[in-house]
Design a protein around this ligand. Structure first.
Ligand code: FES
Ligand code: FES
Length: 162
């Protein structure tokens, strides 16, 4: 058992009784009340658990909780904007809802984090760049066309918002 100190969605946290080998995903979901990152495969294959770790998207199921010591994690919950209780969805989240890119929703949080990162790095991605960026995020439901629509819409919104 160990204690892990980290920053999550901007607040400093200390989590006790973390066991060796526990994943960052488990710690976020089961110990920190952040179920937004989904647990679908636990093998790094689906991307539904994607979070930012020091600003880089990673599969939280593949990161040991202890590796997050002293580091900064942002989950899909941390992308919502506005003060507690009055959060607004991030423009990327809105775009996914509007484009009809959310069916069962299991893949959505990971796609949103990944899309957020893509648009930050590349505000006007081509379809090929979108496909490449999202290649590690599996969706069983939507057939990806609507996801592409959502990413295009999110990029347009972001550009319009300056
Ligand atoms: S749950 Fe982490 S990649 Fe699937
Ligand atoms: S909406 Fe169901 S897996 Fe993508």
């Amino acid at each position: 058992m160990m204690r892990v100190n980290l920053t999550v969605n901007g607040s400093e946290e200390a989590v006790d009784e973390v066991w060796e080998g526990e994943s960052l995903l488990y710690m976020l979901r089961e110990r920190m009340g952040l179920p937004g990152s989904k647990n679908a495969c636990e093998q790094g294959e689906c991307g539904s658990c994607t979070v930012y770790l020091d600003g880089v998207p990673v599969c939280a199921c593949l990161v040991a909780a202890g590796q997050a010591e002293g580091r900064e994690v942002v989950t899909v919950e941390g992308l919502a904007q506005g003060p507690p209780g009055e959060e607004r969805l991030d423009p990327v989240q809105e775009a996914f809802v509007e484009a009809g890119a959310v069916q069962c929703g299991f893949c959505t949080p990971g796609l949103i984090v990944q899309t957020h990162d893509l648009i930050e790095r590349n505000p006007a991605p081509s379809d090929a760049e979108i496909r490449e960026a999202l290649a590690g995020n599996l969706c069983r439901c939507t057939g990806y066309e609507k996801i592409l629509d959502a990413v295009r819409l999110a990029a347009e919104r972001q550009a319009a918002a300056g």
